[in-house]
Design a binder for this molecule. Structure first.
Ligand code: UDP
Length: 240
């Protein structure tokens, strides 16, 4: 595979990767390891935007399934993403990476609001910008938040670091014959309901021609490998 020539990326990490080997919450040791990978990416000359999920703490759907009002539960989920963003900010700054957190739900005492022009300036100055609280509205997910920020910030790719090493044609946990795609078209993902990101996030990337690179962030050094076109990954793009 030829080496991709990204200048600016958006890295989306699912909340669950911050748990490390725990069942819930944040494992600071594991967050520190993730921060090292982000630092490496930045030190290679890339501009890095980050979006972190909240599933390690709270998911709105889970609250709704137990009888909570969905919108109320989703706001709790958004707050969870802010906690994760602050944890990642802490880990990055401890290793000398300058960061700013911008939240779609305004929280002046702890972070900035989302202001695109200000985010641009942060990136120019070599800071990592961590976008929290998704799109700032219930009934969405941080995948949609990631797609939105990737489009808004004109990122060259959306890298989705998760617990699986790519996109499969069936669930690899239940189907031993499941095959991983190296590359797949947006429309195949949508038509076959392949598990990459929510349909709205995939459609937003398709409409703005932003490739989605799905890879496992659980393996050390994988982000660096994926960024040079090596390593196990699936790329979702036009005409694949
Ligand atoms: N959420 C939301 N709107 C958004 C982003 C997130 O309501 O724009 C809520 C939603 O309840 C979601 C939770 O925040 O379940 C955590 O985000 P997500 O499930 O995307 O986290 P991940 O699965 O990536 O860890």
């Amino acid at each position: 595979m030829s080496s991709p020539s990204y200048k600016r990326i958006l890295l989306k990490l699912s909340g669950e990767v911050l748990m490390g080997n725990q069942q819930y919450g944040i494992d600071p040791e594991f967050v520190a390891e993730l921060a090292l990978e982000v630092k490496q990416a930045k030190d290679s000359g890339l501009e890095v935007c980050l979006v972190i999920g909240g599933g390690n703490i709270f998911r709105g759907m889970a609250g709704a399934a137990k009888g909570m009002d969905r919108a109320q539960a989703d706001y709790m989920g958004m707050l969870a993403t802010v906690m994760n963003a602050l944890a990642m900010q802490n880990a990055l700054e401890q290793i000398g990476v300058q960061t700013r957190v911008q939240s779609a739900v305004q929280m002046d005492a702890v972070c900035e609001p989302v202001i695109r022009r200000r985010a641009e300036r942060h990136l120019e100055k070599g800071r990592v910008v961590i976008f929290a609280a998704g799109v700032g509205a219930p009934y969405f997910t941080t995948d949609s938040g990631a797609a939105l920020r990737a489009a808004e910030m004109r990122c060259d790719a959306l890298l989705k670091g998760t617990s699986v090493d790519g996109v499969y044609d069936a669930d690899p946990k239940t189907d031993p014959n499941a095959k991983r795609y190296d590359a797949v078209d947006y429309d195949t993902v949508l038509a076959n309901n392949l598990k990459v990101m929510d349909a709205s996030a995939v459609a937003l990337c398709r409409d703005n021609n932003i490739p989605i690179v799905v890879f496992s962030i659980r393996e050390k050094g994988n982000l660096a490998r994926v960024l040079v076109g090596e390593g196990v990954q699936t790329i979702v793009q036009k005409g694949a």
